[in-house]
Design a protein around this ligand. Structure first.
Ligand code: AMP
Length: 231
């Protein structure tokens, strides 16, 4: 992977940031990305959410993406990279943005280096580290509100009333199709094989910051926000 110029941590305090939330599926990237979006007013770009939004589209690409997700595999790099390029070119990204679920392969990381250099952005990769044996329960127990996207967990953060959002009691919570035990195990294997090596990649460039993700949401957030502001 070629190291791109112009995106070295600490190079320029005035540079806007590409915050990259990293970590295994179930580590809590989505929860932290939502909080950063709300409190730091930066757009959250979740490639998983974008692919899930294709759920009802009746095109060959949408069908292919649905099948890939159901198998716990990754959508091809060309499709994913193009999507991130287009989304991050929008006006709301000019002061920085948060990536949740991208990059996931060496080719995606290389393209992000180039993109950040072109956009004059500093990459801030933050790993949310969670013990491996917690991840499966975090994913199989996960439920989302279809209205506000709040993330619950039947084991760790249950809603006040069974299967409905605390803020939108009219809405039944949704269990993601790929959060079943079989797909979860495949997603974890895909992560180990294709995405975990990116932690070493960013670490070797001196960019990676690690936050302990085995705590309550607010404690994790305090560290994530402090890391973003420090860099
Ligand atoms: P997530 O919500 O981030 O766990 O993503 C759900 C699924 O979307 C993944 O298991 C992949 O099938 C697909 N996906 C999300 N982000 C990417 C990416 N950066 N590259 C390839 N596939 C992705």
């Amino acid at each position: 992977m070629a190291a791109a110029e112009g995106c070295v941590a600490g190079a320029a305090d005035t540079m806007s940031k590409t915050i990259v939330l990293m970590g295994a599926p179930g580590a809590g990237k989505g929860t932290q990305a939502r909080l950063l979006q709300e409190r730091m007013h930066l757009p959250q770009i979740s490639t998983g959410d974008i692919f899930r939004a294709l759920k009802h589209a009746d095109t060959p690409l949408a069908k292919e993406v649905r099948d890939i997700m159901q198998r716990g595999q990754l959508v091809p790099d060309e499709v994913t990279i193009q999507l991130v390029k287009e989304r991050t070119a929008k006006d709301d990204c000019k002061d920085g943005y948060i990536l949740d679920g991208f990059p996931r392969t060496p080719a995606q990381a290389a393209s992000l280096d180039n993109l950040a250099a072109e956009q004059g952005k500093q990459i801030v990769p933050i790993q949310i580290e969670v013990p491996y044996d917690l991840l499966e329960k975090r994913m199989t127990g996960r439920r989302n509100c279809p209205v506000c996207n709040e993330i619950y967990n039947i084991y760790f953060k249950p809603p006040r009333h069974d299967n409905v959002c605390d803020l939108h009691p009219e809405a039944q919570l949704v269990h993601r199709a790929d959060d079943n035990s079989e797909t979860v195990r495949k997603r974890l294997a895909t992560y180990e094989e294709q995405t975990r090596p990116l932690l070493d990649y960013y670490d070797s460039k001196g960019l990676l910051r690690v936050v302990d993700g085995d705590r309550d949401t607010e404690s994790i957030y305090r560290d994530v926000e402090a890391t973003v502001k420090d860099e």
